[in-house]
Ligand binder design. Structure first.
Ligand SMILES: Cc1cc2nc3c(=O)[nH]c(=O)nc-3n(C[C@H](O)[C@H](O)[C@H](O)COP(=O)(O)O)c2cc1C
Length: 506
């Protein structure tokens, strides 16, 4: 079973690798703490590999362009970018003063038309901020490079995500006054996109502050990514590779919290040592962080060592600080949300990977009451058919939310992951799709192909069988979490027997 699973994952990885090379503009400079080979591949192909980045910002390659002026601007930007990126990215000069940076138009949404924040919330305590601005929300969509883009946030909010994070942006590039290409390409929001927390990676207090200044009028908080464990973060020295640099982290958070009009939050991983983990959290609180999101894995828990999440460490942090704590990691089914809140006593739960495979993960998750009607008629007991959700996502984009083709392809590969092995031709067609219309056609074909099996199925969504590891056995046409049973041997305290990757087996 485990071998089959990993073979499937590999096939998808190869498929996506091909996609990245042939069509994609996986342009984010950034990387993160994702555990998937596919994602790892995408980030490895992006950050400092300038030629690929240059290719990726070629507007002809991958934009779903609807606006001729924007395209023209992008072409100009691209030319400038190509020149600039001939140099080493680290040599890009970023001016010290940030006050005068104008807020440029975005490619997707005209930010200046959005009402600006008119109150200063930076001096609120963590709980004042959490209760008044975030409305005591419990369900958080995680920051996900290339995946928590505006269209996905709209879909996630529809199905219950109460607070959304942007993907991680590279603070230095985001605030580069000489070259607005990265900013214009990355920054997307609209009136409905609130509460919103914008995440950056940074290893310099000024860069973080400069980037944050650009979004403080249009977001509820800015977050520093201290959890990214990928090789690329090592090279850029950010994310989890700052975990030994407490003075620097303190300065980054403190400088921003004193100079912004919105709060600063931080997303962290845990250490093996519990006392150190708690001291770390307290240091961030002292520095001025108003919320801590704690991913209950170690920095080295990635790739094939991803393993189990340690909820007990999240609970210990929650008991030790006076700011809200959001628990992150290991949510597979919507009932896990309640278990997580109960076990960690956290103020909220953040979901990343599972939300990409099953965006309705939050739907009705705070209630065990099945009599509460689902937010969409096509949802039954936490299940939704993959082609229905794919069409909803595509409809959001067709409605005018500009979204990069590479993001769309990546989302559809995840949504259809359990089904695609059954339809190799349609899988290839999905990989080769270059427009929203192409994607819609493939989704229609997949839906048609699945109909006979769906109609003859005896599956009862109210009586789901469980396999020997504790995972639900769900037909492939329903959105469902991606499960790596072979990874579940590792916890933050050492090897453990196989088990569901929801709670630490300790
Ligand atoms: C596709 C993908 C992209 C990610 N990008 C980011 C990111 O931009 N910033 C970040 O802090 N974490 C990022 N992560 C890590 C998640 O936010 C989260 O901490 C981690 O996946 C554990 O949560 P989960 O078990 O719900 O997936 C990413 C994860 C995935 C799957």
């Amino acid at each position: 079973m485990a071998i089959k699973h990993s073979l499937e994952a590999d096939t998808e990885y190869v498929q996506n690798k091909k996609t990245v090379t042939e069509f994609s503009s996986s342009n984010s400079i950034a990387s993160c703490e994702n555990t998937k080979d596919e994602y790892k591949n995408s980030i490895t192909n992006t950050e400092v590999q300038q030629s690929e980045y240059t290719e990726s910002i070629n507007p002809n390659s991958d934009f779903n362009t609807k606006n001729a002026n924007t395209l023209q601007d992008s072409i100009q930007d691209t030319k400038k970018d190509e020149i600039t990126l001939e140099k080493n990215i680290d040599s890009i000069e970023v001016p010290n003063k940030v006050e005068s940076i104008p807020l440029p138009n975005t490619t997707a949404v005209s930010v200046p038309s959005i009402q600006k924040n008119n109150t200063n919330t930076s001096q609120l305590t963590g709980y004042e901020f959490f209760n008044s601005i975030l409305k005591s929300s419990k369900l958080f969509l995680a920051p996900m490079v290339d995946q928590s883009e505006l269209a996905w946030r709209i879909l996630s909010r529809k199905y219950g995500a109460q607070v959304c994070f942007t993907p991680m942006f590279h603070a230095k590039m985001f605030s580069n006054k000489e070259n607005r290409g990265y900013f214009n390409e990355m920054w997307q929001t609209n009136e409905q996109d609130r509460p919103l927390i914008v995440q950056f990676c940074a290893n310099d207090p000024e860069h973080f502050l400069e980037a944050a200044k650009l979004v403080e009028d249009h977001a509820d908080a800015v977050d520093i990514n201290l959890g990214c464990p990928q090789h690329i973060a090592k090279r850029g020295k950010y994310g989890a590779f700052l975990m030994d640099e407490w003075d620097l982290i303190y300065k980054i958070v403190n400088t921003a919290s004193k100079n912004l009009k919105i709060p600063v939050t931080a997303k962290i991983r845990v250490y093996k040592d519990l006392d150190k983990t708690i001291e770390y959290a307290k240091m961030l609180e002292r520095a001025g962080a108003k919320i801590l999101t704690v991913h209950g894995r170690l920095a080295e828990q990635k790739g094939h060592k991803t393993g189990l999440v340690d909820w007990s460490k999240i609970k210990a942090i929650k008991e030790s600080v006076n700011i809200p704590v959001i628990s992150n990691g290991g949510i597979l089914y919507r009932e896990d949300v309640l278990s997580c809140l109960k076990e960690t006593k956290a103020d909220g739960v953040m979901v990343a990977e599972t939300s990409l495979y099953n965006p309705i993960i939050f739907d009705n998750s705070l209630s065990a009451d099945e009599s509460i009607p689902p937010s969409n008629n096509s949802c039954v007991n936490g299940l939704v058919k993959n082609f229905d959700i794919a069409n909803e996502y595509l409809d959001i984009i067709k409605g005018g939310v500009e979204t990069k083709i590479s993001y769309v392809r990546s989302h559809l590969f995840k949504i259809f992951k359990p089904s695609l092995p059954n339809y190799p031709d349609l899988r290839s067609e999905l990989a080769a799709s270059k427009s929203i219309e192409d994607f819609s056609n493939v989704v229609d074909k997949l839906k048609l192909a699945m109909q006979p099996e769906i109609e003859s199925s005896k599956f009862d969504p109210y009586n789901i069988e469980i396999d020997e590891f504790g995972y639900k056995i769900i037909p492939h046409w329903y959105c469902q979490p991606s499960i790596r049973k072979e990874y579940n041997k590792v916890t933050s305290s050492g090897d453990k027997p196989l088990g569901r990757n929801v709670v630490n087996a300790e």
